[in-house]
Design a protein. Structure first.
Ligand code: GLU
Length: 376
């Protein structure tokens, strides 16, 4: 076992397994053998005291199969209808498979709104921890039938990254239908090589990941690498591996070299900052000068009015807003203490002048450091 794998697996007991549609489905819809095999493996480890949360795709694929559709569905209503047909079937398969091991499953269907609202986020966290306490295996999917474009996670890789944050998982195992991340698209004509360890997600690593999904999945390798970037930023390691391989989970959990391991970033974000950086959608931009940029990046400071050059967008107190430098490069994202029209009036001014201009000074900072996730 390599040193990296050993140190990551030591003490890893909360495991988030994401199972992609490409793993769960075969020629004839849901592949029961594969699902039962994965469930058998999870059950063995559950008995040893590991806690699993599953993010499972397969609702749309299962619904499509039930209706006899073979071409990828194009419109949102069609996908939503297929998910409505398939989700129950998917859960029945899991429930039967885990039932054979005496384990109970629970279904949780989420939309993006459930996680961008802090109260709901905390409630979901409590539900999940109660299920875990009860020894139940939560199975999460996107609530596809009600999600609309703007509130969709987009793909279950993103959903898995968010869930890893909520559950504070020790590792995200992303099971797909390839061995892992290759240095170039393995379906292309040129020879490709499996990357077994990623210490940092560089531009080359991102470029190596093709965005093209196969017929059933949504995200392709690109969204898996983006998900890996999110969880590793939160301090959680991630492994992308082949979900159809016999014994894959025990291979991973016993530290055998398989798939691609992404090491957690050394300076990881705390839970709240992760939520700001990756869950919330930015409502506008604040252009900052080089002094403010330096203060934020290199000195861990808050954003004050004096460093602000310009405001873009119409946002309110508490909204997430991106701070960009003069070239428009994103520096940080944070929750603002002032609305956009007020920031426009006090931009470039010293903190001591805020009250004089606005008639009130609830805060010194435009974005307090505690509510800011720095991206550079
Ligand atoms: N939520 C979708 C489903 O269950 C899958 C999304 C994805 O493949 O990423 O069918």
């Amino acid at each position: 076992m390599s040193e990296e794998r050993a140190s990551i697996l030591k003490g890893a007991k909360r495991i988030l397994v994401k199972i992609g549609s490409g793993v769960l489905t075969g020629q004839d819809g849901l592949d029961l053998d594969i699902i039962e095999h994965l469930v058998d493996e999870i059950s063995v480890y559950s008995r040893k005291g590991f806690h699993f949360v599953i993010v499972s795709s397969g609702a749309i694929a299962s619904g499509m199969n039930r209706m006899g559709f073979t071409e990828k569905l194009k419109s949102l209503p069609q996908k939503q209808a297929a998910a409505a047909i398939g989700q129950g079937r998917l859960m029945r398969v899991y429930s039967n498979a885990f039932g054979r091991h005496g384990l109970v499953t629970a279904q949780i269907l989420l939309t993006m709104n459930d996680l961008t609202d802090r109260q709901r986020f905390l409630n979901i966290r409590n539900t999940l921890s109660t299920l875990t306490e009860w020894g139940v295996v939560p199975i999460i999917n996107e609530n596809d039938s009600v999600s609309v474009d703007e509130i969709k996670f987009g793909d279950n890789d993103n959903l898995a990254a968010m869930t890893a944050n909520i559950t504070e998982a020790n590792i995200l195992i992303n099971l797909t239908n390839t061995e892992g991340l290759y240095d170039r698209d393995p379906r292309g004509p040129e020879k490709s090589r499996l990357i077994s360890l990623v210490t940092e997600i560089t531009a080359e690593i991102e470029a190596a990941a093709s965005s093209e999904p196969d017929t059933v999945g949504m995200g392709g390798m690109k969204s898996k690498v983006i998900a890996a970037r999110k969880v590793t930023a939160f301090g959680i390691p991630c492994i992308i591996a082949h979900g159809k391989k016999t014994g894959i989970l025990s291979d991973i959990l016993s530290g055998r070299e398989t798939g691609t391991l992404f090491l957690p970033m050394a300076q990881h974000l705390k839970s709240k900052k992760f939520w700001i950086a990756f869950t919330l959608r930015s409502r506008g931009k604040i252009f900052i000068d080089s002094g403010a940029k330096d203060a934020i990046i290199n000195h861990g400071r808050s954003l004050l009015p004096s460093g602000i050059i310009r405001v873009e967008g119409d946002f309110h107190v508490g909204d997430p807003v991106t701070c960009v430098d003069v070239n428009g490069v994103s520096i940080a994202k944070g929750l603002v203490n002032y609305r956009s029209s007020d920031i426009d009036r006090i931009k470039g001014l010293k903190t001591s002048r805020i009250e004089q201009v606005l008639g009130d000074k609830p805060y010194d900072e435009i974005i307090h450091r505690d509510n800011m996730a720095v991206s550079k």
